[in-house]
Design a protein. Structure first.
Length: 397
């Protein structure tokens, strides 16, 4: 029989912090919010307390716990570790009570939209939203019998696996192109294939700087324009949704609008993100570049935009450019046009660059199809989760 209970009736929250400077905690893996991928709960880049030189108190967790990040609950960070470790004090290790709630079922409860809305509504702090322990435990959860919880979790696991594979296919596209770049051209720093080396400026036709108009922090309406934010470029993939709305009446000059095939360059950001690049995959006539983003236009006989994109994105080559960035603070550094033009690098024959460019665009077009399929999968998965926790799925069985 399905019942409705408070979360606090079926789980316990770990209490009592441990010292990460002492054994056995010193060599246990540490999980913080940054180690959990939003939505999926995948864990990445884990290091031990010793490697991180941790000194403040942490919570201990085990392979039967559910890790929930209480900071910024809208980020939806819920993980199911299969190991013992310690976690940030900004997380709750949740312990399902045996025979009451299935561990995977609990994780799906915490990831579904109704709980996300509840967590946001009951979050304290203005600058850093946070759900406290009492509010978490007061959430009312729909609880079918344990066998039904397991069946629901199995079904959602299968649907989630399809969703993850779609996402992995998208990520793999970029990695395959990076590998193809190194196979065709070699390391651009050591230049093992002996390509001619010259300044980037000799391979460029011109650089177009944008205009940083004042905009509203919301998506543009159909009759408005949008000024791109730096975050439209910094991931290495063009994100047209990263913009601020600008009224058409405020436009008093010619704009630099992104077109399919354009190479965009971020001249200002933190040291980790400055000099980021991306290729524009479709025309965006109602968006325009701010002054912190440049359009890099290569000479047709010297370079292709895809070659320059992966040349500038190569970690070691990019580090040579970021060393030239100026600024008094690590929070915002700047690369000048002069420094970019003066950077020296290898330039293979243009015909070989064009063959690589064809491969890049073929991969990007394939990625676009994967993304469309992934969006459909996400919609179907979210609908399935909503039906599950509304009782519709159970009623249909």
């Amino acid at each position: 029989m399905t019942v409705h209970v408070l979360l606090g009736e079926v789980i316990d929250v770990a209490s009592g912090q441990v010292d990460p400077r002492t054994e056995p905690y010193l060599d246990l893996p540490h999980v913080g919010g940054d180690n959990i991928e939003s939505g999926s709960g995948s864990l990445c880049e884990l290091r031990t307390a010793r490697e991180l030189n941790l000194i403040s108190g942490k919570y201990e967790f085990g392979p039967d716990d559910v890790l929930y990040s209480k900071i910024r609950p809208a980020l939806n960070k819920v993980a199911l570790p299969d190991f013992a470790g310690i976690c940030s004090a900004d997380m709750y290790p949740l312990r399902p009570r045996p025979g009451r709630i299935e561990r995977r079922y609990l994780a799906y409860v915490l990831r579904q939209n109704d709980f996300l809305s509840y967590a946001e509504k009951h979050s304290s702090r203005t600058n850093i939203p946070k759900i406290n322990r009492d509010a978490l435990l007061a959430y009312q959860v729909r609880l079918p019998p344990l066998t039904e919880q397991c069946r629901i979790a199995d079904l959602l696991d299968k649907a989630d696996a399809i969703r993850r594979k779609r996402k992995e296919a998208i990520a793999l596209t970029e990695e395959l192109v990076r590998s193809a770049f190194l196979e065709m051209f070699g390391d651009p720093v050591t230049n093992p294939k002996g390509w001619p080396v010259k300044a980037l400026g000799d391979a460029l036709d011109h650089l177009d700087a944008g205009w940083s108009a004042n905009g509203d922090a919301r998506p543009r309406a159909e009759d408005e324009y949008g000024v791109l934010k730096i975050s439209a470029v910094t991931s290495g993939i063009f994100r047209p949704d990263e913009h601020k709305a600008v009224s058409a009446s405020a436009i008093d000059r010619e704009l630099v609008t992104p077109r399919r095939g354009d190479l965009l360059f971020s001249r200002a950001n933190t040291r980790e993100l400055v000099a980021a690049t991306c290729l524009v995959e479709r025309d965006e006539p109602r968006l325009f570049l701010p002054d912190k983003l440049w359009r890099v236009v290569p000479r047709a006989d010297a370079a292709t935009a895809p070659y320059l994109r992966f040349l500038l994105a190569h970690d070691r080559f990019r580090s040579e450019l970021t060393k030239t960035a100026t600024g008094t603070s690590g929070s915002m550094l700047n690369v000048s046009m002069e420094k970019l033009r003066g950077l020296r690098g290898p330039f293979p024959p243009i015909d070989q660059q064009k063959r690589f460019a064809a491969l890049v665009w073929k991969s990007l077009d394939a990625k676009a199809k994967h993304e469309a399929a992934h969006e459909t999968t996400e919609t179907l998965f979210n609908a399935l989760v909503a039906r599950t926790f509304s009782g519709a799925l159970e009623a249909a069985c």
